[in-house]
Design a protein around this ligand. Structure first.
Ligand code: NAD
Ligand code: LMR
Length: 356
């Protein structure tokens, strides 16, 4: 049977999309993606990922495209977003994906966003501390936060870029300068410490990590990462050897991955998982779900420091409530003093970077 004229046109159209001669498609095709009838997507939140083409950014973008609470997903980076966006946009999930490349497109990437997740910046190599990343990442975070202050000042921010203990104070100072600072909406992501703590504790106890909840407070670097093993749920007890082993492994989990990757970067896959777990909690809070509680590094009065990670309740406006640390063991009290000493320096370094 001869194909009809209509069928021929349809085949030509599909073929043009499978083998798109780049410029020709613009010039000759009478039909393009821009002509699609459905432009909106499912109801939900608008989320931007800054640093979307990176080691964390790519799996994070993939997982956020799968999140049913996301209706629009903006992928921004200074490199490679066209490829990452084309790839992820073919997933048959609800979120509409758009890519943005380079500084001239930052404002379009940010306008109208409800949640901005920032994994932009360089990662560690073996032998480096997170603070060694400060010189490069401080400037990146500053620029991106200036964009947020201008284009989506009411967005909730999930800041992943290291050193988190300094980049969160940097972001706060940028927003203060712009007159848009809302401490409830700025959250440093420490979720990976909790994810690791749950995993390592579950290994020691011989239980499923999904049934374990370990609060991790303080900050996100070395001794500032303070797991509260006396408050593990379900209630359990550890020997002092187990406490030493677990505390050390949780505090150095990032270094464990950096060394295993031997120069190829730091945690990306477990971080993308943790970032999505945390972003999903933020979106559920924004939606108005009750009892959304996670650990995060936020502006806080839990200690005398201006920022501290602890359990926070996330609601329609971001951080609704910050929970006190609760009763600490002697081991944890000593750890807290060490953590605060280092945190104070890192926080001040971030503040001074903007105020200087
Ligand atoms: N908070 C945490 O628990 C945690 C965990 C893991 C990694 N990190 C940190 O996350 C950051 C990213 O790690 P990674 O492994 O994805 O690194 P990566 O180098 O693989 O990716 C970083 C991406 O950021 C992009 N980028 C650089 N400058 C940018 C700018 N001005 N605007 C937008 N994008 C920009 C790069 O092009 C790159 O695609 C690092 O600072 C790392 O230390 C934090
Ligand atoms: O360790 C790093 O440098 C990355 C990240 O902060 C982590 O904890 O894995």
């Amino acid at each position: 049977m001869q194909p009809t004229l209509e069928a021929n046109q349809r085949i030509a159209r599909i073929s043009a999309h499978l083998h798109p001669p780049k410029l020709q498609m613009e010039a000759n095709s009478s039909w393009s993606q821009a002509n699609c009838r459905a432009k909106g997507g499912a109801p939900g939140f608008k989320v931007a990922i800054l640093g979307a083409a990176g080691g964390i950014g790519q799996p994070l973008s993939l997982l956020m495209k799968m999140n049913p609470l996301v209706s629009v997903l903006h992928l921004y980076d200074v490199v490679n977003t066209p490829g990452v966006t084309a790839d992820i946009s073919h997933m048959d999930t609800g979120a509409v994906v758009r890519g943005f490349l380079g500084a001239p497109q930052l404002e379009d990437a940010l306008t109208g966003m409800d949640l901005v997740i920032i994994p932009a910046g360089v990662p560690r190599k073996p032998g480096m501390t997170r603070d060694d990343l400060f010189n490069i990442n401080a400037g990146i975070v500053k620029t991106l936060c200036e964009g947020i202050a201008k284009c989506c000042p009411r967005a909730v921010i999930n800041l992943i870029s290291n050193p988190v203990n300094s980049t969160v104070p940097i972001a706060a100072e940028v927003f203060k300068k712009a007159g848009t600072y809302d401490p409830k909406r700025l959250l440093g992501v420490t979720m990976l410490d909790v994810v690791r703590a749950n995993t390592f504790v579950a290994e020691v106890l011989g239980v499923d990590p999904r049934d374990v909840d370990v609060p991790v407070v303080g900050g996100h670097a070395g001794v500032t990462i303070l797991p509260l093993l006396s408050q593990v749920k379900p209630a359990c007890s550890f020997t002092s050897e187990e406490i030493n082993y677990l505390t050390d492994r949780i505090q150095n989990g990032g270094t464990e991955v950096v060394e295993a990757k031997a120069g190829a970067g730091s945690a990306t896959l477990s971080m993308a998982y943790a970032a999505v777990k945390f972003a999903d909690a933020c979106l559920r809070g924004l939606r108005g779900d009750a009892a959304v509680v996670e650990c995060a590094f936020v502006a806080s009065q839990v200690t005398e420091l201006p920022f501290f990670a602890s359990k926070v309740k996330i609601g329609r406006n971001g951080v609704d409530e910050i929970y006190p640390l609760g009763p600490l063991s002697e081991y944890e009290r000593v750890g807290l003093e060490k953590a605060k000493k280092e945190l104070a320096v890192s926080i001040q370094k971030g503040i001074s970077f903007i105020r200087k």
